[in-house]
Design a protein around this ligand. Structure first.
Ligand code: 9G3
Length: 569
């Protein structure tokens, strides 16, 4: 490709709203351009990268026996009303009306559409299992889109759906996708971890997330330092290894704590550690108001609360709900003398003589003890796991790393087939709902994640197999006939070998050409300058190591092919 005939609008400056390096570099390297919040145009270099990831995904999905189709991005409300999800989702579901004033949504996912397709054509177990997938644009109206393509509102997803006769079959389909995903991320050259995940609102018996390890990841991955257990922090379970408090219970006492509200402020005021305070969170669990107590230095895990109560919606209670049910203003809730059931995280069982909110403004109770001053309905695992916690699977310790979720696979059970009456006749002639699985990969997010893992201060450092161009040829003096002719010959020689080459034939200074080549991350460069050419030589530079060497013009193509093979190993 000739730079002068292509379109790579590189930028010196970083867009103001770019916070993470992949967003900064994709904007500066002329790969994306923001149209609106969370909505991006994929410029030519961005499209090349997206197609490379799609190609890897397509190959592995086809090898796993999945079949490609494409479903519409605009979906009729009727299907979502059948599945019961039309009223379940809030503002995240972008709803639109057509000219006849009929309700539609811009597809955030396609369980309803694929189930409607299957129920129209498949009615016998003989046609199962089947796995259909698409690579398609999705829209989710995220409340805070950020980090460029990492968390956009419009994005490209590969979503696959499997249909089996029973749970055993569904497990096989799930395993095939699990293995295909490992192959996909290996071929993308990504360092990733598979973690047990919380299957969230869509039910199903289990799910796994594929996490690319990167500091800018928004998800927290808990992994054991001894065994290979790892899980999303939403799911990572904790052992109940706490001994009940057996110390002497001191008399409880209300004390004024003016100006102290947060755990840190109260701990400071009372000169006690955070761990000697209990936080009482008032929650709305499917419209039931309850309280959950966790130790002051721990974090409540809402996903665990939701799973414990098998609830659809769990949220923090509003100030009004808190006042109605505890008589307390926000921030002073405590477990004593309130009309709602109180639950506790395992860790609070070994606490005694601790401090809690007194359910009145700027007042706390000290030397409180459960069993005497209030009762727990139950204690269970309600907090986030942390680094240093004991692993549930062995006697190792948990570690915590940040990850970018690039893939998520779920067993769905019959959630959609039952609600949408998608049935097949089994080998006894009995009607059964399909047993489903669904499998997503964030294609545009994979491009961001690859840059998060492959960059330096000069720009992107594409691994060879992902690079949009393997080599760039940089003639430094566009007015010098020898320089231009030599560069053209090298460009032609390499292109004729089927290698993706970018010839920077712009009439620009050397520095501009070097900077752009480094910014867009091309693995190898061939510099054709007057001085070295006078000795019949050109210079070959390696992006990943910064090393460069001079080579005779006649040998340079062989040398480049050798270096490419070296880098691809
Ligand atoms: C919605 C909106 C947002 C959503 C969903 C529905 C996430 C929704 C879960 C999934 C599960 C799998 C197939 C591919 C892999 C993931 N966010 N999910 O269902 F209406 Cl607004 O999408 N779907």
């Amino acid at each position: 490709m000739r730079y002068s005939k292509y379109f790579i609008p590189t930028l010196r400056e970083v867009p103001a709203d770019a916070e993470v390096v992949s967003h900064k570099l994709m904007a500066r390297a002329g790969m994306i351009k923001k149209l609106a919040s969370g909505i991006y145009s994929y410029l030519p270099l961005g499209v090349v990268m997206i197609k490379k990831v799609e190609e890897i995904v397509r190959q592995c999905m086809n090898e796993a026996g999945a079949i490609e189709l494409v479903m519409p991005s605009v979906q009729p409300a009727e299907l979502w009303q059948e599945s019961g999800r039309w009223d379940f989702y809030g503002k995240e579901l972008l709803r639109i009306k057509d000219r006849h004033n009929r309700d539609f949504c811009y597809g955030p996912t396609h369980e309803e559409v694929i189930t409607d397709i299957i129920r129209s054509y498949i009615s016998s177990y003989k046609a199962l299992p089947i796995n259909l997938y698409q690579i398609q644009t999705k829209f989710r109206d995220e409340v805070r889109p950020r980090f460029g393509l990492m968390r956009g509102r419009e994005f490209i997803m590969k979503d696959a759906y499997s249909f089996d006769v029973d749970d055993a079959g569904a497990n096989e389909s799930y395993k095939k996708m699990y293995d295909a995903y490992c192959k996909i991320f290996e071929r993308c050259g990504l360092r990733y971890k598979v973690v047990e995940a919380d299957s969230g609102a869509i039910g199903g018996s289990y799910s796994h997330e594929f996490m690319v390890l990167a500091d800018t990841g928004e998800d927290f991955v808990i992994s054991c330092d001894s065994c290979d257990y790892s899980a999303n922090v939403e799911k990572a379970p904790l052992k109940n290894e706490y001994k009940p408090f057996a110390g002497e219970m001191k008399p409880a006492e209300d004390i004024e704590t003016p100006g102290a509200k947060t755990v840190a402020e109260v701990a400071e005021f009372l000169k006690v550690p955070d761990a000697a305070i209990i936080k009482t969170m008032v929650l709305n669990v499917d419209d039931k108001i309850i309280a959950v107590c966790v130790r002051g230095d721990h974090e409540l895990n809402l996903a665990k609360v939701k799973n414990y109560f098998d609830a659809s919606i769990v949220d923090f209670a509003t100030p009004a709900e808190i006042f109605d049910h505890t008589g307390s203003p926000m921030g002073f809730c405590g477990p004593c003398d309130i009309k709602i059931p109180v639950y506790g995280d395992f860790a609070v069982t070994e606490m005694g003589n601790y401090c809690v909110g007194a359910n009145s403004k700027e007042t706390h109770k000290i030397n409180v003890n459960h069993g005497r001053d209030f009762q727990f309905e139950a204690v269970d695992d309600f907090r986030n796991a942390e680094a240093g916690d004991n692993c549930v699977a062995c006697d190792g310790k948990y570690e915590i790393t940040k990850g970018i979720e690039v893939g998520h696979i779920f067993k769905l059970g019959t959630k959609y087939s039952s609600s949408m009456n998608a049935m097949f006749l089994d080998n006894n002639g009995k009607r059964n709902p399909f047993v489903m699985g669904c499998y997503g990969i964030g294609v545009t997010r994979v491009v961001s994640a690859a840059i998060e893992q492959n960059h330096d201060e000069k720009g992107i450092k594409w691994p060879v197999h992902l690079a949009p161009f393997k080599i760039c040829v940089l003639p430094l003096a566009m007015k010098d006939k020898d320089v231009v002719e030599t560069a053209e010959n090298i460009y032609k020689n390499l292109t004729d070998r089927g290698i993706e080459v970018l010839l920077d034939d712009r009439d620009e200074r050397a520095g501009v050409k070097f900077n752009d080549a480094e910014l867009i991350g091309i693995p190898l460069r061939v510099v054709v300058g007057k001085k070295t050419l006078a000795d019949g030589k050109v210079e070959i530079g390696v992006r990943s190591t910064g090393e460069s060497s001079e080579t005779a013009v006649d040998d340079c193509c062989e040398e480049i092919v050798r270096k490419l093979q070296e880098l691809s190993a």
